[in-house]
Design a protein around this ligand. Structure first.
Ligand SMILES: CC(C)[C@H](C(=O)O)[C@@H](O)C(=O)O
Ligand code: SF4
Length: 477
């Protein structure tokens, strides 16, 4: 990602160049990192304690509390939130965040607050995430915010401390990859299906070292919620970040939010944001082409997000996989998942359906689920959890009558948090239980020890809850 004046620049290069405080010396592999300015630092309870401790030990203040915001998400329960947290580890984690935010002057949205929720839902909903920014958080799914045309990256705890102390980060330039998605997604096919198909195509390491830019007609027609779902999962392809150039859809989403610019500032911001697109003569280091119009609902059968297939397909037969390491990985995954090779995916029964997470816990996702559940019932023996990404999303869903639809269908309509996405709270699968989950990771034990996860879109999650086996809404009567 060098700034070559002789050719146009990609979106990622433009945003990067705008934030260079000191450019690293040298060329190629021996090139020093650049020092990059950070516009927004998001904080949650899991990855911040040591960073705050580091500041305290060094006797340093937080450099820019005004560019830092914290929320409680991973460890919070999604029921009885007015009571003290029962689990001592979670309680300590949340209490520590509260004490640290108080001591260092960080704005915190605690449990129960209208703006509390998953950090990647909260930033955009407040209008804090804006085009052209650099956004970081000690959380891999920070890539979500790239949907606004920002460079948004997950960072480690020592980097969190560095940003807290200096508001900068030392970063090596990345390579750039275009993911060109032609055509329009057919009815019933969502951005979740698209990103699962992209990861199945390029692999969980396919994006390593790259910033991905999603482009093309299919991307342009997507809502901001749908774009966030795509950028969110960039990290599951191993990418450093994912981005989408801002457009009218982006501006429409941001306008009027609490931290959005207003008046003349708004006009100036939009004028600047309009420049944030890849130049026609820019060159990507790699390009991948996908025909969006040919996609169908996509689900995972294995234990990494790249082990996926169209819902209409069958559980793969390892013996038919040519690549030796892929074959071994498939065998291991099927054993863990308790799946028989060749079983039609539509015949795989689930115990639990989880709707939520920073991938698919926004209002549009809940509307899609309610649209399918309305007038229907969750199948006997299936437990369905609907967990809004934030308390504001919950309030909006209540206003729109979605909460009633979930409850009438027999689903559990919860309070906001990460919940069963990773089960750091009591929302977990029991050993051997199988879920259809709108989250982003199907790793072994992710949703509870011995739990088995199929990643799906909100539409597939809802239809699966009704039929009890992996299904699309078109399978329902
Ligand atoms: C706990 C946190 C560090 C982790 C992450 O970085 O992604 C979590 O959010 C996850 O999704 O696994
Ligand atoms: S919802 Fe899941 S993926 Fe997102 S931040 Fe929370 S644990 Fe991580």
């Amino acid at each position: 990602m060098e700034n070559m004046a002789s050719r146009g620049r990609t979106l990622a290069e433009k945003v990067w160049d705008e934030h260079v405080v000191v450019r690293g010396e040298g060329e190629g592999a021996s090139r020093e990192p650049d020092l990059i300015y950070i516009d927004l630092h998001l904080v949650h309870e899991v990855t911040s304690p040591q960073a705050f401790d580091g500041l305290r030990l060094a006797g340093r203040p937080l450099r820019r509390p005004d560019l830092t915001i914290a929320t409680e998400d991973h460890n919070v329960p999604t029921v009885d939130i007015d009571k003290p947290i029962a689990d001592p580890v979670s309680r300590l984690q949340v209490d520590t965040l509260r004490r640290n935010c108080e001591e260092f002057g960080v704005r915190l949205h605690p449990m129960g607050d209208l703006e509390q929720g998953i950090v990647h839902v909260v930033g955009p909903q407040l209008g804090l995430t804006q085009p052209g920014m650099t956004v970081v958080c000690g959380d891999s799914h920070t890539s979500t915010h790239g949907a606004f045309g920002s460079i948004a990256m997950g960072i480690g705890t020592s980097e969190v401390e560095h940003v807290m102390a200096t508001q900068t980060l030392s970063l090596r330039p990345f390579k750039t990859m275009a993911i060109n998605v032609a055509g329009e997604l057919p009815d019933g096919v969502t951005s979740k299906d698209l990103i699962l198909a992209v990861i199945a195509k390029i692999g969980t390491g396919g994006g390593q070292g790259y910033v991905l830019e999603y482009r093309g007609e299919a991307i342009r027609t997507l809502s901001m919620e749908a774009r966030m779902t795509i950028c969110n999962m960039s990290i599951e392809a191993g990418a450093r970040a994912g981005m989408i150039a801002p457009d009218e859809t982006t501006y429409e989403f941001i306008k009027g939010r609490p931290h959005a610019p207003t008046g003349a500032d708004w006009d100036a911001a939009v004028a600047a944001w309009n420049e944030l697109k890849t130049d026609d003569d820019a060159v990507f280091d790699a390009e991948v082409d996908i025909d969006g119009s040919a996609l169908t609902p996509f689900v995972t059968w294995g234990t990494n997000p790249g082990q996926g297939a169209p819902l209409g397909a069958s559980v793969p037969v390892p013996a038919e996989i040519a690549d030796e390491s892929e074959r071994a990985a498939a065998e291991k995954a099927l054993a863990y998942m308790g799946l028989e090779a060749g079983t039609p995916l539509r015949e795989v029964p689930v115990d639990t359906v989880f709707v939520g997470s920073c991938t698919n816990g926004r209002i549009e996702d809940l509307r899609a689920v309610a649209g399918v559940l309305k007038g229907r019932k969750v199948a006997d023996g299936v437990r369905m959890l609907v967990v809004p990404g934030s308390m504001r999303v919950r309030a909006q869903a209540e206003d729109e009558g979605l909460g009633e639809i979930f409850t009438a269908a027999g689903a559990e309509w919860r309070q906001a948090g990460c919940s069963m996405c990773l089960g750091m709270n009591p929302d977990q699968l029991a050993p051997g239980e199988r879920s259809a989950s709108t989250s982003n990771r199907n790793f072994e034990g992710r949703q509870g020890k011995g739990g088995r996860t199929h990643l799906v879109s909100p539409l597939v999650a809802a239809a699966t809850a009704v039929r009890g086996t992996l299904s699309a809404p078109s399978d329902l009567d």
